[in-house]
Design a protein around this ligand. Structure first.
Ligand code: RIB
Length: 300
């Protein structure tokens, strides 16, 4: 990869799902059945999406999760491996793997119901042990697994000096214990989609808010755009970039992803991801990080 340190390590403690996506010009009202325009089945889950997005940039990404002992679980594991995401810390639990039913309307906006299944069984000790063993630069979490597990992983991240990023989606109240060990809070996808036309606001704990403008695109499907942002943002921070540069990369990749249908299937391939990375390196002052700037590069 270009733009700094080789293969920054990222651990994603989060969900995996099979996405069942129905497209229609408009969405049905209560009690209504209507004929849609397209169906696709793909691999999703906010955690897996973020892991895959980061891996497309050449990052070394490990997933912590629990799939079910069903055919979907095997397929999810195979997909992660094919995407270059390490699955050593993905447990196989008795039960049903996570499934997301997704409706996308003619404007590309989505509505999602997730059935977490075995995502609810990701254990805190498994997550913490993975972070301690891997010693990543960045740990990512979302809200499709228990918050106690994410807290345990983030606490371990503190021990090994890793930066933590929490994507609080689907929206829920956040445990105080989790807030205490979170460095970066990235709003959920609905909020991202709402502000997506204007760009992204980066607000460090100290200092002023920076606005990162978003490119103008024709949205086909916004599903997974927030995850593309988070995965790319994590890569930038893991490279030791300032948060503004990491958000610029995230914004470019997320905006691009809405022009294609599906979630992981809408992300840039490795060649396109390398071009996004090179574009940011060419436009913002990010250099090859030294160990000290790699630590200072994110504003906690
Ligand atoms: O953020 C998009 C994701 O949310 C989908 O892939 C779906 O699985 C749900 O988890």
């Amino acid at each position: 990869m270009s733009g700094g340190e080789r293969e920054p390590k990222i651990v994603v403690v989060g969900s995996t799902m099979i996405d069942l996506v129905a497209f229609a010009d408009r969405l049905p009202g209560p009690g209504e059945t209507l004929v849609g325009t397209r169906f696709l089945q793909g691999f999703g889950g906010k955690g897996a999406n973020q892991a895959v997005a980061a891996a497309r940039f050449g990052a070394s990404v490990a997933m912590v999760n629990a799939v079910g002992d069903d055919p979907n679980g095997r397929a999810i594991l195979d997909n992660l491996a094919a995407q270059g995401v390490t699955t050593d810390d993905v447990a196989i639990a008795r039960g049903t793997s996570g499934v997301a039913t997704i409706w996308v309307d003619g404007a590309g906006m989505n509505r999602i119901i997730v059935i977490p299944g075995t995502n609810a069984l990701v254990a805190p000790d498994l997550a913490a042990a993975a972070v301690r063993r891997i010693r990543p630069a960045v740990v990512l979490g979302q809200f499709e697994i228990p918050q106690a597990t994410t807290s345990a992983a983030f606490l371990a991240a503190r021990e090994v000096g890793a930066t933590t990023i929490l994507n609080p989606a689907p929206g829920a109240l956040i445990d105080a214990a989790l807030v205490a060990v979170t460095d970066w809070l990235v709003p959920n996808e609905t909020e991202f989609a709402l502000i997506g036309g204007r760009g992204v606001a980066v607000r460090p704990r100290t200092g002023s808010v920076a606005w990162i403008p978003a490119p103008t695109v024709q949205a086909v499907d916004t599903t997974g755009a927030g995850d593309a942002f988070v995965g790319a943002f994590a890569v930038g921070l893991a490279l030791g970039w300032p948060a503004g540069a990491a958000a610029t990369l995230g914004c470019a990749v997320a905006s691009d992803s809405v022009t294609r249908p599906g979630t992981q299937s809408s992300y840039p391939d490795r060649a396109a991801a390398a071009r996004f990375l090179a574009d940011v390196v060419g436009t913002v002052p990010v250099g090859r990080p030294t160990p000290s700037t790699a630590r200072q590069g994110h504003d906690r």
